[in-house]
Write a protein that binds this ligand. Sequence first.
Ligand SMILES: *[C@@H]1O[C@H](CO)[C@@H](O)[C@H](O)[C@H]1NC(C)=O
Ligand SMILES: *[C@@H]1O[C@H](CO)[C@@H](O)[C@H](O)[C@H]1NC(C)=O
Ligand SMILES: *[C@@H]1O[C@H](CO)[C@@H](O)[C@H](O)[C@H]1NC(C)=O
Length: 476
Amino acid sequence: MYASFTSRAALVSLACLVARVSAFWRLPCGAPLIVERSDPIVSPGRPSGHSHTIMGANSFNYTMDGDYTSRATCTTCKVKEDLSNYWFPNLYFQGADGSFTPVKQTGGALVYYLQRQDKKDPEYSKGLIAFPEGFRMLAGNPSLRSYSNTLAQRAVNYVCLGNEGPHTNSIPNKNCPGGLRSQIVFPSCWNGKDLDSPNHQSHMAYPSLMDNGYCPPTHPKRFITVFVEIIWEIDAFKDKWPTPGKHPFVFSNGDPTGYGYHGDFVNGWDVDVLQKAITTCTDSSGIIEYCKAFTLLPNSGMNTCKKLPHVQESVLDSNMKALPGCNPVQPGPGPAQPPPACGAATAIPPDPIAPYTDVIDTKKWRYLACGIDGGSLPGRTLSGASYAKSDNTVEKCIDFCQGKGFRYAGVEYKSECFCGNNLASNRLPKEGSLGACNNRCSGNSKQFCGGYGYIGIYENCSRVNGTCENQQLPQW
Ligand SMILES: *[C@@H]1O[C@H](CO)[C@@H](O)[C@H](O)[C@H]1NC(C)=O
Ligand SMILES: *[C@@H]1O[C@H](CO)[C@@H](O)[C@H](O)[C@H]1NC(C)=O
Ligand SMILES: *[C@@H]1O[C@H](CO)[C@@H](O)[C@H](O)[C@H]1NC(C)=O
């Protein structure tokens, strides 16, 4: 049964054969909301032990209590009525010198909602149910470094795209030209009463065939099954493997095996909409556009929905000396030990780190916004003058543009600077979203200099009507 996930085509053809258990939809999630040491389920109110790539609504926070979805203004996933969060460890390449470089994700994630149910389910007659408000759960176990054939471990596996064999439960020792796809199935059987449990798992159980089959009597209620794929672009490192035949990748929890991969889910669905989709979206193609229960969001807004970090530390820099939280690489086979204390932050500073440099006093320019420069938009956002330099900083770019008499200066993709006098409104981020200006400047690792396709725009104060203030950020 599980082999049906080996390729999407196989899944679809399988789905066409079986009724009732066959319908599903694929929910695409764009670039992550943030990659940081955060896990409000396991480590509420403090930095988590290792970093995660986090998808979903910007109500995500170090603690998620109360009516968190009401604090959301955007989500990185496609459906407006889904303000859930989904998070996973992120992957690094470890070079010959021991340093760590992040492996890029293709987009964010693809979340499958599978309408699987079995006649032997204790509550089959009641049908599949939606996650209740405030529900959360965890799949997988970060400390695992070896495999035993349990339902929970079968729920974690890998597909080597472009060099496919059978899927594996550990990271394969070969390059994957199309990317390494990590996959995880969340449990779908619920005890019917607890929104969470002390280990965040025991209120849930896997059905008899892990992603299919029937629920145990202790966990009789059947949710829709959540299955998540993330593609890691490991092909970028194909010529850099320090030891041929031994893959150089390690997850943020110090796991080079892949057995310790895991996923967390906090429900943020409009429960009525999810229940309606479960009942009415019975197409077996997986195409989300066919589900009329949903309001679909444009990709542009998904990709600019961001959370600001509070902890100043390297997570996505190249050649880092240690993994975030200094997790040692632990190949096992015994369970991994918690990381030693190492000076990494253990508390959350109250204020978020602004995605800009305040230069109002020093330069008499203000930060305006993280604009869009690229994607489907032709030409440049600021087209007056430009440079690309390995010592780029916000101040240097402003000096350059100011010297040429421009109104706007924009920093982009670490080393680039663009100037201009005109700024089209479709270049500005959508309301509620911050934009993805999270690259550090090539000449100052404490400053942000735009992103790939995103430009951090500053404006000459004397061109501003009224008080010259940095852009008012959303609550974050
Ligand atoms: C996130 O939590 C902090 C406190 O840790 C709080 O000040 C802030 O308002 C919260 N933000 C959201 C969007 O919930
Ligand atoms: C801002 O623009 C004004 C008007 O073009 C110009 O006179 C001034 O020198 C500029 N100021 C700065 C700080 O760039
Ligand atoms: C700023 O003020 C000038 C002159 O009063 C006006 O022409 C212009 O439209 C104003 N710009 C904005 C953005 O309000």
